[in-house]
Write a protein that binds this ligand. Structure first.
Ligand SMILES: [Zn+2]
Ligand SMILES: [Zn+2]
Length: 165
């Protein structure tokens, strides 16, 4: 990402401040996001970082608050709430996890909780529901950016992408 001069200045200020170890940075999960408090001396003092590792401030993904949240979680910090249901499909599978046929996007089956809907060329929406049920059953208790996909026999077809690696 190319930063504007104003953003660069802001980024430098924040990074320098963090390097000096001025105040203790306080990270708190609040709802679906993390609230990062840099303490007085940093403008803006409070930053909000989403699970997508993007800060709501003008620096977005380049904000040091994103690093602060990562460190907080690596240190065993508490996670923010997950807006998505388990089994959420962030991306459509290129092939049907049930029979390996081509899939087509089907907006009717998708929604905010389920993610992207699709139908199978062979099995139609039946395979969508079967794949969904299988994924829900196998989903480990952790948060995923992209949940792993399993076939009905329980073999892993596509590795998931955890929110924080
Ligand atoms: Zn920020
Ligand atoms: Zn199928």
């Amino acid at each position: 990402m190319l930063l504007t001069s104003n953003q660069r200045k802001h980024h430098l200020e924040l990074s320098n401040f963090l390097k000096t170890g001025g105040n203790e940075v306080i990270v708190q999960p609040t709802g679906f996001v993390y609230r990062v408090d840099f303490g007085p001396g940093v403008q803006p003092q409070i930053h909000y970082v989403g699970k997508d590792k993007v800060c709501t401030c003008q620096l977005g993904a380049d904000c040091p608050a994103v690093t602060a949240v990562r460190d907080y979680l690596l240190a065993g910090g508490q996670k923010s709430q997950t807006p998505e249901q388990p089994g959420f499909t962030a991306t459509m599978p290129a092939i049907c996890p049930i029979c390996g046929s081509q899939t087509h996007h089907e907006p009717r089956l998708g929604n905010k909780q389920r993610g992207v809907g699709w139908v199978c060329e062979q099995g139609g929406e039946k395979h969508y529901y079967r794949a969904r049920t299988a994924a829900l059953k196998k989903l480990p208790r952790r948060e995923w950016l992209v949940p792993p996909v399993y076939d009905t026999a329980g073999s892993l077809l596509a590795a998931g992408v955890p929110l924080w690696e």
